[in-house]
Design a protein around this ligand. Structure first.
Ligand SMILES: C[S@@+](CC[C@H](N)C(=O)[O-])C[C@H]1O[C@@H](n2cnc3c(N)ncnc32)[C@H](O)[C@@H]1O
Length: 239
């Protein structure tokens, strides 16, 4: 089955995703805030509240401009390592971290989720916000995340999803397929990036299938919750 990619050219999905986030980095936070109607930080807070093992170390995978890592610093006492493949996104995360005087709590590194440069069992908790859908090889990424998570460590994953109930399903369809790509294009100047967003969400496995993938990677007690009428999915699992 062909992969959904942003630019539909001959480069790998990873190269295209990296180029896309480097390209839209400066407008990413504004767009995130606009397109989620300011709800994105509430979703991150809800996810972090599920880290009930009082983590001392957290890895934020696909951190982008660092918002999940910053929330983790706010709501836990952990030291956080935040990784991403896009340098331009990370540079903005580093700047925000200094502005918020959190540089002693959060360390940023360029790294690939599918080949994490860490020893096994290193982190007490792992967060991934709106990242796994972008992996070139989802199975490989989940196995790597499992490897570096400590025994009994907790992972929380946020992903956009499509509401199922009338009339929200129909209204969201119009928003997601017509309004969002246009707002995304106007603000970021990258038409492909905000066409890729709904396309990649549609292509992402159903909650049941994704839970199955988590279990296959070794995770236990895998749970799925819908947030905000099902426009976002929160997955929680334990090693
Ligand atoms: C939609 S952004 C999410 C950023 C942030 N987590 C948030 O909640 O706003 C997705 C991020 O995933 C990163 N990404 C995609 N594939 C990756 C991979 N294989 N390893 C690390 N980061 C990756 C992209 O560079 C991008 O910054």
């Amino acid at each position: 089955m062909s992969k959904i990619t942003p630019y539909k050219n001959s480069k790998t999905k990873k190269e295209q995703v990296q180029a896309m986030f480097d390209n839209i980095a400066k407008k990413y936070d504004l767009l995130n805030h606009t397109l989620s109607a300011g709800m994105h930080n509430i979703w991150r807070k809800k996810a972090i509240q599920k880290l009930t093992n009082n983590p001392k170390t957290i890895l934020d995978v696909a951190t982008g401009t660092g918002d999940f890592a910053i929330s983790a610093a706010k709501y836990t006492n952990a030291n956080i390592t935040a990784i991403d493949i896009s340098k331009n996104m990370l540079d903005l995360g580093i700047k925000k971290t200094f502005d918020k005087k959190l540089e002693n709590r959060i360390v940023f590194e360029i790294a690939d989720a599918e080949k994490l440069p860490f020893n096994k069992n290193k982190f007490d908790a792992i967060t991934v916000g709106f990242g796994v859908r972008n992996f070139e090889n989802l199975t490989k990424g989940l196995h790597e995340i499992y490897r570096v998570l400590s025994k009994k460590g907790i992972i929380v994953i946020l992903e956009p999803s499509i509401p199922k109930l009338f009339p929200l399903k129909q209204l969201y369809y119009i928003y997601f397929n017509y309004l969002l790509p246009n707002i995304g294009y106007i603000i970021s100047g990258d038409r492909s990036a905000y066409k890729y967003l709904p396309e990649s969400v549609k292509k992402f496995p159903s909650a049941k299938k994704f839970i199955n993938k988590l279990e296959k990677a070794g995770f236990k007690n895998c749970k799925h919750l819908y947030l905000t009428f099902g426009i976002v999915s929160l997955y929680i699992a334990i090693k």
